[in-house]
Design a protein around this ligand. Structure first.
Ligand SMILES: *Cc1c(COP(=O)(O)O)cnc(C)c1O
Length: 250
């Protein structure tokens, strides 16, 4: 087909990808789920070339956690894939998911490439996204990130407390340009992932009772995807097990 699919790195990514897909299929089967959850490959710290290789391997959903890195990577990838065949790319483009902590003043930039933000955790960010989304054609899918640490009140952001979910949901729903898409969480280190994801699933059921369209449940990373699939995750965010070890210097 094209040169990017025959180099050693592409072969490595293909192998990792199929191993992860195999794990997802097995976990779904064990949980008695007929529909497979979607795989979002988290490409942070890896170059545009790898995203292009993943595209050639059929990946369409990718995740990033820093706006500066993501915005230039998304532009590079789009330009290079469109240079190959603009029509084909526009008919079947990549979808960028923003999964990291986000400052409100970066909202405009993120809206330039992302179609979903998984990390909405405070009303000031909802306001920033809402302002940036004015006049935009497609709605931005917003997931509320939940802090699953029990009783955590240390102010280290990385999710809203469970009791903040209803208020944030209302704020998102009342914003033209934004769509309430669901919940996201990262399993805390302090307890088994299965228990934390079980709580997340109950919180999601409560949200769905009020907002039936908020059907995305974004949970599960390389180390805990099986537990997330067992607890009903609809979107898995997998980095290392597809791309390899990240270098911590960045
Ligand atoms: C990096 C990251 C992931 C992927 O984690 P891996 O352990 O590399 O699979 C998932 N979600 C978020 C929010 C991340 O920042």
């Amino acid at each position: 087909m094209n040169d990017e699919t025959s180099d050693p790195r592409s072969a490595e990514l293909a192998q990792n990808l199929s191993a992860v897909q195999e794990r997802i299929a097995r976990a779904a089967q064990a949980a008695g789920r007929e529909e497979l959850p979607a795989l979002i490959v988290v490409t942070k710290h890896f170059p545009a070339e790898d995203v292009i290789r993943l595209y050639d391997l059929g990946v369409r959903d990718v995740g990033e956690n820093k706006d500066q890195e993501a915005s230039s990577k998304a532009r590079q990838v789009r330009d290079r894939l469109r240079a190959r065949d603009a029509q084909a790319y526009d008919a079947d483009p990549l979808r960028w998911h923003f999964v990291g902590q986000l400052q409100s003043n970066k909202a405009r930039s993120v809206l330039g490439y992302a179609e979903a933000v998984h990390s909405v955790d405070r009303s000031s960010l909802v306001r920033g996204l809402k302002k940036a989304a004015v006049g935009r054609e497609a709605e931005l899918r917003c997931l509320i990130q939940v802090d699953l640490r029990e009783g955590a009140q240390d102010g280290a952001r990385g999710g809203a407390a469970p009791e903040e979910i209803p208020g944030l949901a209302e704020a998102i729903v009342g914003s033209g340009g934004l769509r309430l898409a669901g919940l996201m969480a990262v399993a805390p280190l302090e307890e088994p992932a299965a228990e934390a994801f079980a709580r997340l699933r109950r919180l999601h059921a409560q949200l769905l009772a009020e907002h039936p369209g908020a059907d995305m449940l974004s949970a599960g990373m390389s180390g805990d995807l099986e537990q997330a699939v067992a607890e009903g995750a609809t979107h898995l965010r997998i980095g290392r097990d597809v791309l390899g070890q990240r270098h911590s210097a960045r």
